[in-house]
Design a protein around this ligand. Sequence first.
Ligand code: MG
Length: 293
Amino acid sequence: MAVKLVTFAAGGRETPGLIDPNDETRVLDLTPVVGERSLLEVVEDWDRLGPELAEARNLPAVAGPTLRAPFPVPRRDLFAVGKNYREHVAEFGRSGYDTPQRSEDLPDKPIVFSKATTSVTGPYDDVEAHTGITSELDYESELAVIIGRGGRGISYDDAMGHVWGYTIVNDVTARDVQRDHKQWLLGKSLDTHAPMGPWAVTADEVGDVTSLEVSSSVNGEPRQKAPVADLIFDVPELIRVISAGITLLPGDVIATGTPAGVGIGYDPPRFLQPGDVVECAITGLGALRNTIR
Ligand code: MG
């Protein structure tokens, strides 16, 4: 079932919705099909609910929906991948922020870290500047994989069968914190530093994921632009490596890495300031648009 799903706020709860295939500005309320379930629970029960959703007719439209992240409270920290586009590896190595490696060499194995669940925020929400903690705020537009069927020891060839779909994550990074603490968790996990969405798009709707293009802009000025085909470690390889000893669960999110063009790629670096508007877009997956506050 090829669909674009969302989570919207209504009546004090967060409700799954369907983007109207005939009008992408319209959100249809999925409550008649999924009841009180969250979008995470819908993904968990997709084998049953996917076909029911395909049959649904005359779903009510939501007036003026406020979109949340597809998973406003993910089931656990997001998986994320560092240094996974060639040109970005070079700009990161040159910048001097890549501690302790400080290298422009390509990684020979994926670099996997995590972002705290509490860093997740909505596709159009403000991103906190955290001025008391960082003065070097940066953006990273990324394709994020949503796991459908969980598993451990997933092979490269089976991996795409475990993908439910895709969304966008801005892997917002406090570069000074990332550098100074040597390990990336703190610099990557400040509250509101993982805008996600706007949609969760099923894999069959996306088709060939390597044909998508990842981009970003700041205040309308283009910054990043690269095809997903440029990933050093592709989606099935990331799933193979992460699941080798960690059981992947339905609803797990893997942010796959960012292309060149981030703030530290410039000399001098161009960090985000309060009032800046960052847009992260991917072909067919929509766009995040967040203001730094
Ligand atoms: Mg990143």
